[in-house]
Ligand binder design. Structure first.
Ligand SMILES: Cc1cc2nc3c(=O)[nH]c(=O)nc-3n(C[C@H](O)[C@H](O)[C@H](O)COP(=O)(O)OP(=O)(O)OC[C@H]3O[C@@H](n4cnc5c(N)ncnc54)[C@H](O)[C@@H]3O)c2cc1C
Length: 382
């Protein structure tokens, strides 16, 4: 008989890994329920391939209801609020009680908050936005393309560079003359990752003729000009923007959220538990600001394995599971080649220092690895 009720909020990278691991090890020893408002899991790194025409939206998403075949109960409902004192989550259709809660609600990219999001401005940070980018790239007859994040934090810190390399490759493949430039608020490319990564990215930018303008805050996109906070104007014919991101509302408005980190969820760095509530864990983008790291699926994945292990151990009495692996690998498709970046974030999370990073390669084989990982991901969890 199921005794403990485990509630997983969110069916993204963190939520599906947690739910899969829990059901595999606990079976009927627990009732595992996953709640997601969209009903779909989206493999977001592939949104860049939706932009470049290599994928259609249905290629990169899976209905979460497929998890029911494994025994996970899936509710397609919106989480409205969390009442930690009462161990209750309120959804669009009622109250649900839990013994353990895993919050994996991510962060919300909001294209409508890009100042001047119209015409020839698009964003692959959402699927609709990626389709718009594809239409704009299809009609691009030459000129300048800028790639610009509007604010921090945003998902996948290196992704604007990846998008820039892809745009440069696409133009070149088509024989269209294009100046491609990343306009960023960092002074140098990948600045928070330390001098080694800055050097490696500068080399890639030089090699593939992508410009970089740093230390620039975007004020707005106006007609064909990006206007900076300093009043400067940077011309573009096509702009790929990274939208402002917001914390999930149920977190921001509960005492799980912390205003000093924009309303995202606060957790203990060692346990990933909410400081005041022993039975509530956070994983993924929603806790990235609390740990002081970027938002990435690889973090969500490892954190979910760790948190699931802790709950399994608690319920079973003894279970040697996954430790909290604070490292991350990001494989980028740059068109010409693929490149993989590996960083161990232990020193970053624990002491606020630079992560220890290495570039694993700039070669064709890494594009194949990226393709293979997408296939592995969607077949492993569904
Ligand atoms: C263009 C792009 C490229 C990327 N490339 C990479 C990469 O190469 N490598 C990498 O590691 N990461 C990459 N990422 C980042 C990665 O996809 C995210 O960091 C990861 O998906 C975060 O996982 P998560 O589980 O925290 O949140 P998500 O995967 O975003 O899942 C959150 C889920 O919560 C649901 N939800 C939100 N609010 C509610 C609510 N109120 N009620 C019910 N459900 C709700 C949403 O519907 C969603 O399904 C990329 C992202 C983008 C956009």
């Amino acid at each position: 008989m199921a005794s403990k009720k485990i509630l997983v909020l969110g069916g993204g990278a963190g939520g599906v890994v947690a739910a899969n691991n829990l059901i595999k090890k606990l079976g009927e020893e627990a009732e595992i329920t996953l709640i997601d408002k969209s009903g779909y899991h989206v493999f977001q790194p592939s949104q860049l391939w939706v932009m470049t025409g290599q994928r259609e939206p249905d290629d990169i998403r899976r209905p979460l209801k497929l998890l029911e075949r494994k025994g996970v109960k899936v509710l397609v409902e919106e989480v409205k609020s969390i009442k930690p004192e009462e161990h209750v989550v309120q959804t669009s259709s009622g109250n649900i009680h839990y013994d353990y809660l895993i919050v994996a609600l991510g962060s919300l990219p909001e294209p409508e908050k890009i100042p001047g999001y119209a015409g020839n401005v698009c964003t692959p940070w959402t699927i609709d936005g990626a389709l718009k980018c594809r239409r704009l790239l299809a009609g691009f007859k030459g000129g300048s393309i800028v790639i610009a994040p509007v604010s921090w934090p945003y998902k996948c810190p290196p992704a604007p560079f990846e998008a820039a390399f892809m745009a440069r490759y696409l133009a070149e493949q088509r024989g269209v003359k294009a100046d491609v430039t990343v306009v960023h608020f960092w002074k140098e490319p990948m600045e928070p990752f330390g001098p080694m990564m800055v050097g490696a990215f500068k080399k890639f930018l030089d090699q593939y003729r992508v410009g970089f303008v740093g230390n620039v805050e975007v004020e707005s996109f106006q007609e064909n000009y990006l206007v900076t906070r300093g009043g400067e104007k940077i011309k573009y014919d096509l702009a790929i923007a990274v939208p402002p991101h917001s914390p999930p509302e149920p977190i921001a408005k509960s005492d799980l959220g912390d205003q000093s980190i924009w309303g995202y969820m606060k957790v203990d760095k060692n346990t990933l538990r909410a400081p005041k509530y022993d039975n509530i864990y956070g994983v993924g983008d929603v806790i990235a600001p609390s740990l002081g790291i970027g938002m990435a699926g690889v973090f969500a994945h490892f954190q979910a394995e760790y948190v699931a292990s802790k709950i399994i151990d608690d319920i079973k009495g003894a279970y040697m599971g996954e430790h909290y692996n604070m490292s991350g690998v990001c494989v980028m498709d740059m068109g010409y080649v693929g490149a993989a970046v590996y960083c161990d974030f232990t020193r970053k999370i624990m002491a606020g220092e630079y992560p220890d990073c290495v570039i694993l390669g700039g070669m064709k084989a890494f594009r194949a690895i990226k393709y293979a990982f997408e296939k592995y991901w969607l077949s492993k969890w569904f």
